[in-house]
Design a protein around this ligand. Structure first.
Ligand SMILES: Cc1cc2nc3c(=O)[nH]c(=O)nc-3n(C[C@H](O)[C@H](O)[C@H](O)COP(=O)(O)OP(=O)(O)OC[C@H]3O[C@@H](n4cnc5c(N)ncnc54)[C@H](O)[C@@H]3O)c2cc1C
Length: 509
């Protein structure tokens, strides 16, 4: 049955889907992963200095006592990543409030060969945001000021530690919105988003950060401040240095400020949630969506039954549809609700009329849209309740988008609690998850490197949007040529000759 629920014009804010629990609370509520150094014994600590009293005196003189955290239990949340897959043992967390302080910290660390792990909201999913050993954590969470907002051009300039959802709320008052949106918006920071080149739910419509970030300010390993904080849409003067920092995951510098192009907030938002019998039918719907919804389509997501089940079974969410093998979430953003709703209704009548879609609901009522989005956005959270999750974030040709799920089910067999797939089908980006009761090297070997070889053979990418972080460094060659990797290494050598910035991450050791 297809229901267009009551029309409401304004859209209400979605609640933060990654709760704003403190880092300490988050760790308290679930068991700790084993230390990364024990889980991955082949990775050896680099020849970096060890923090001593003199170093701490310098940091406390610079930042004051309260912004230098050394207490073991207070450091725990900064050492442990969101999905409880990686844990370092740093005993020094620094919380600068401005670019000048970041520059002074990095200059000092460089001179003393102290390794540094930049950290934003710590929602990264590839182990990039936490230390591997005892690296100093440089947290940007106190660098959270909005510098300016030009409401005519839509250019927002802010510090790196601003939480994505706070920026969204600020823009909302001016009828603007952030060009990116992800389930982690309640905790992730814009500096982290830029450093991972985060994708998210509406990349299909608003593009990726390489396009929307107009400029940035960053501090390099030796403490030099690189001011590329342009707010111009067009600026072809020399190399586009901002791209060195977008997506380099804190390995080339610490992003301290960002200026970003923000689109107008849509006056009309509509959402459909559909049930389908096969993945092929998802592809049919996506293709028709592009033609029939055209310029108003803002999101096209696919979810399989096992992925949806973690939100209903573990998190107690309610699905508005009966059980189907597959589901889709399709969102439209436009400026005329009558027009958009009519377009969406016609499209849904077509795909349901010919049996491509079995059942569906559509709504523009804020609370109902929020409830549907939660079913998609909280899958990552729900999966953690299965135990340990081997998470993969791949770009694959659309016809192969879902193929790995079946292959993995066969390879891992009864060792898995669940093998599931969902993701941004509109961008060809699948999130494949193998959930097990607890971390097991045997299961890991059944999955890797096979999964990367498979992806490479199909000319896919081993990281669509989460980055390389710690966990994929040795597999980068499946997506990049030797020459490209050599060039990356040369750039790293030039910008950070002592490799103090986020060591053991991104590039293979
Ligand atoms: C529920 C959930 C849903 C998610 N959905 C998506 C999604 O749809 N799309 C997506 O792309 N990702 C998604 N992610 C992953 C994650 O949220 C993103 O990678 C996000 O951009 C990380 O931001 P952060 O502030 O938490 O960064 P962190 O996790 O703190 O850091 C990530 C990386 O960036 C580096 N870094 C952080 N801040 C800086 C800085 N100022 N300067 C230099 N380096 C820095 C860190 O060293 C690390 O390597 C999701 C995560 C969760 C938990």
């Amino acid at each position: 049955m297809f229901v267009i629920v009551k029309k409401i014009r304004s859209t209400q804010k979605l609640v933060p889907l990654v709760s704003t629990l403190t880092r300490q609370q988050r760790c308290k509520f679930s068991s700790l992963p084993e230390l990364t150094k024990d889980r991955y014994p082949n990775v050896k600590r680099g020849n970096y200095g060890h923090i001593d009293t003199n170093h701490l005196i310098f940091f406390k003189d610079l930042l004051g006592e309260t912004r230098v955290i050394t207490d073991e239990s207070e450091c725990l949340g900064y050492n442990t990543d969101w999905i409880k897959a990686n844990r370092g043992y740093s005993r020094c967390v620094l919380k600068p409030k401005c670019t000048r302080e970041v520059a002074a910290i990095l200059k000092f660390c460089n001179e003393n060969v102290l390794a540094v792990c930049p950290q934003g909201g710590n929602t990264g999913l590839v182990g990039g945001s936490v230390p591997v050993f005892d690296e100093i954590v440089l947290s940007t969470s106190l660098m959270n000021k909005i510098v300016s907002l030009d409401t005519t051009s839509g250019v927002l300039t802010c510090e790196a530690g601003c939480i994505l959802e706070n920026l969204e709320n600020h823009l909302d008052e001016h009828q603007l919105m952030m060009p990116l949106d992800l389930g982690a918006k309640g905790s992730c920071q814009i500096g982290g988003n830029v450093s991972t080149n985060a994708g998210g739910l509406r990349l299909l419509r608003y593009g990726n950060l390489q396009g929307t970030v107009l400029g940035l300010e960053a501090v390099t390993a030796n403490g030099e401040i690189i001011d590329c904080l342009s707010s111009l849409k067009k600026d072809n003067t020399g190399f586009h240095l901002k791209h060195l920092f977008i997506g380099s995951e804190g390995s080339l510098g610490v992003v301290t400020k960002v200026s970003i192009q923000c689109p107008p907030k849509p006056k009309a938002v509509n959402l459909a949630f559909l049930g389908l019998q096969s993945f092929d039918k998802i592809l049919t719907v996506f293709k028709r969506c592009k033609h029939d919804l055209g310029e108003i389509m803002s999101s096209c997501e696919a979810i399989d039954a096992d992925s949806l089940a973690v939100t209903t079974d573990h998190l107690g969410l309610k699905s508005p549809l009966a059980k189907f093998p597959f589901y889709m979430v399709i969102e439209t953003n436009g400026s005329d609700n009558g027009h958009d709703e009519e377009k969406l209704s016609r499209f849904l009548e077509d795909v349901m009329g010919d049996g491509t879609v079995e059942d569906g609901v559509a709504t523009n009522e804020p609370s109902k849209m929020k409830a549907i989005w939660e079913l998609r956005e909280r899958i990552t959270e729900g999966l953690i309740h299965d135990g340990y999750v081997f998470k993969y974030d791949l770009s694959l040709p659309l016809e192969n988008f879902y193929s790995l799920v079946g292959i993995m089910k066969e390879r891992v067999g009864a060792d898995a609690v669940r093998v599931s797939g969902y993701g941004h089908v509109g961008d060809g980006n699948v999130h494949l998850n193998v959930a097990v009761k607890e971390f097991s090297p045997e299961v890991l070997h059944k999955i890797e490197p096979f999964i990367y070889e498979y992806t490479s053979k199909l000319n896919g990418s081993i990281s669509a949007e989460h980055g390389i972080g710690f966990r994929k460094t040795k597999y980068m060659h499946y997506s990049k040529s030797k020459e490209a990797m050599d060039l990356m290494r040369n750039i790293k050598d030039m910008m950070d000759p002592k490799w103090i910035l986020n060591p053991y991450k991104v590039l293979p050791q």
